[in-house]
Design a binder for this molecule. Structure first.
Ligand code: XMP
Length: 606
């Protein structure tokens, strides 16, 4: 069956995914489309949403897109940048200026169906540089905002042309700070576009099972099963579709797993009855040999992705599994982020989308039953098809495993601009009674949707959790070139830091595995594992003691779909225990907690 669906045009990754997730919660299928996609790709939708973008200005170079969309006879709603584009396209004016940021009160005018059921004044969230100052023929203002005590008002915060069925919101209804944003989105999707709520998980299972049967025919499927949520749910769904006999699971120990992970994964598969054709290979030598000497994160990811396929093909041959398709637990963001868009250079390569896999996909040799789902939906589906609760709610673990948490370095120091940066970071920290040092390494972050490589700052001293977050926020605002703040858990405040040359080695992986194990055990011991969305432990080749020993960073976060994140506090007792345990590991002399939100930092360090 085909479902009523909405296209979300992706002008800014995080926002587009958030909008799509919210629409799907209404049981209406939402799919991400790229601004340059051909018009034919939009004809199946009952409505289109143009997302906002933190980086695009209506006056920018990158803002080109397929404006033939406006010729389609379906309702179109734009948010922020999308709102300004709609206004402009239909003869309105947009000016550079009129910046608003943060909460504002939206005063509604008239009785637009977009605001059905809402109060005359609604709290909304603003984040824009450009503003609409007039609308073209047929358009009307259906809301303006007033800001705080000043009562200053911004016109054209919501516009509509009921005849053309074109609408725009200057604010972001998809973020939680817009209190009734979900209702506004529902009014558009269900009311104005008339989408029926048919996209349920039950239907998804039925449809996917049928599709897999058709795609696989009488062949078998050989699934790379890491033991994570996605591949386990994929295994179960494939089993439902083609039966256990034709489903082979291959668990590869790539040397980048957590401590005792492979043993635990194999036990869980057995306990869960997924062991009819369960295969295991310890391929850590192959992976480590392939990674020898690699330093750059993207290079490491590509090597890991390619080596998975090499090992997979070799194992299939050796185990006599002929006429098989490759199964993967790929989920929706992975497929979108590798869509070959104009902005693809800004997003990391996923190990399950390296070129050799893209070729296999083109030949119809890959089966990915979860490729349309977000993580939260995979979990919902997993619960529905009987995957044990603990397995479903394990923290997400990146496909390349500890490979993205074991930082490597040529040892070259990055101190450009430090003469200005060091006094600036110290001054911000001093206002809160802390000391601070910009570190001579670069770490990955996101800025206005682009991946950025900037310096982390190490904060030392005693402070309450909220103060730490405030210092970090202030640091990002006041000092350019900074994308992370970490808080020293060591006993002394380091005064020097130097990167060390380092690559992927078994010894370094063992060290990271131990540190990660201590952190995971600690979270469980203190009963907070389930409250925390994910908690990477990172080994950074940086010495702070002049003795050539490395630095460990722990990054507990709260998140919903990994597009944004806030640092999660750890109990003081756990910090004490980790200090004692991790600093006692041979080869480690520094420990810090990452107190950075995403953005500007990413969740992982690579
Ligand atoms: P970032 O670091 O981009 O992470 O904020 C967002 C989510 O994606 C996971 N992640 C990865 N997953 N291959 C993966 O399969 C990768 O290279 C990779 N890098 C990040 C990360 O763990 C988080 O859940």
């Amino acid at each position: 069956m085909t479902h009523d669906a909405i296209a979300v045009v992706d002008f800014g990754g995080q926002y587009a995914h958030l909008i799509a997730t919210k629409i799907r919660r209404l049981r209406v299928l939402a799919e991400i489309r790229q601004p340059e996609d051909a018009t034919e790709l939009f004809t199946r939708y009952k409505g289109i949403i143009l997302s906002g973008s933190p980086s695009l200005s209506a006056f920018g170079q990158d803002s080109a897109y397929n404006t033939a969309l406006y010729d389609l006879d379906v309702p179109i709603l734009g948010f922020c940048f999308g709102h300004q584009e709609i206004a402009k396209h239909y003869g309105g004016t947009v000016v550079h200026g009129g910046r608003e940021w943060g909460p504002a009160d939206l005063q509604l005018i008239g009785d637009s169906p977009l605001f059905a059921g809402l109060a005359p004044v609604e709290r909304v969230f603003m984040s824009h540089f450009d503003s609409v100052t007039s609308v073209g023929p047929g358009f009307e203002e259906i809301g303006y905002t007033t800001l705080g005590a000043s009562g200053q008002s911004h016109r054209f915060a919501a516009i509509a042309s009921p005849a053309l069925r074109r609408y725009g919101f200057q604010f972001h209804p998809e973020v939680d700070d817009t209190v009734h944003g979900d209702e506004m989105i529902a009014n558009f999707v269900r009311g104005i576009c008339g989408c029926a709520p048919s996209w349920t998980m039950e239907r998804y299972v039925e449809e996917r099972v049928e599709q897999v049967r058709q795609q696989v025919g009488d062949q078998s499927v050989f699934l790379l099963a890491s033991g994570g949520v996605d591949s386990t749910v994929a295994a179960r769904l494939l089993g439902m579709a083609i039966g256990a006999d034709r489903l082979h699971l291959l668990h590869v120990d790539n040397g980048l797993m957590r401590k005792d992970e492979s043993r635990a994964v194999l036990e869980a598969f057995r306990a869960f009855g997924l062991d009819r054709n369960l295969h295991f290979v310890d391929a850590s030598d192959t992976f480590l040999a392939a990674l020898a000497g690699a330093v750059e994160p993207e290079q490491k990811r590509t090597i890991i992705g390619n080596t998975f396929i090499e090992v997979f093909e070799r194992e299939a041959r050796q185990r006599g599994i002929a006429h098989h398709l490759l199964g993967q637990g790929t989920i929706y963001p992975d497929t979108i982020e590798t869509g070959g868009t104009k902005r693809a250079d800004t997003i990391k390569t996923h190990h399950n989308r390296v070129p050799v896999i893209e070729q296999m996909i083109a030949q119809g040799r890959v089966v990915e039953p979860l490729a349309d789902l977000y993580k939260v939906e995979v979990r919902e589906l997993g619960e529905k098809i009987g995957i044990p609760h603990d397995l479903i709610w394990r923290h997400p673990f990146p496909g390349p495993g500890l490979g993205v948490r074991l930082l490597c370095s040529t040892g070259i120091e990055r101190r450009d601009g430090f003469d200005v940066m060091q006094p600036a970071v110290a001054a911000v920290a001093a206002r809160y009674g802390l000391t601070a040092m910009a570190l001579p390494i670069k770490s990955v972050g996101v800025k206005a949707d682009l991946r950025s490589y900037e310096h982390p700052v190490l904060l030392s001293g005693d402070a309450a959790w909220d103060t730490l977050l405030e210092v970090a926020g202030q640091m990002f605002k006041d000092v350019s070139g900074i994308n992370r703040c970490i808080w020293n858990l060591g006993l002394v405040a380091p005064t020097t830091a130097r990167p060390l040359p380092a690559t992927v080695t078994r010894a370094r992986l063992e060290l990271l595995r131990e540190a990660d194990h201590l952190v995971m055990e600690g979270l469980r011991r203190h009963g907070i594992y389930a409250d925390i969305w994910q908690c990477p432990t990172v080994l950074v080749p940086m010495e702070v003691d002049g003795r050539g020993q490395e630095f460990v960073i722990v990054r507990p976060i709260h998140s919903e779909r990994a597009m944004t994140a806030t640092p999660a506090p750890l109990p003081a007792a756990l910090c004490d225990e980790l200090r004692a345990q991790i600093l006692a590991l041979p080869g480690v002399s520094g420990l810090a907690l990452d107190v950075t939100t995403k953005p500007p930092g990413t969740i992982e360090w690579e």
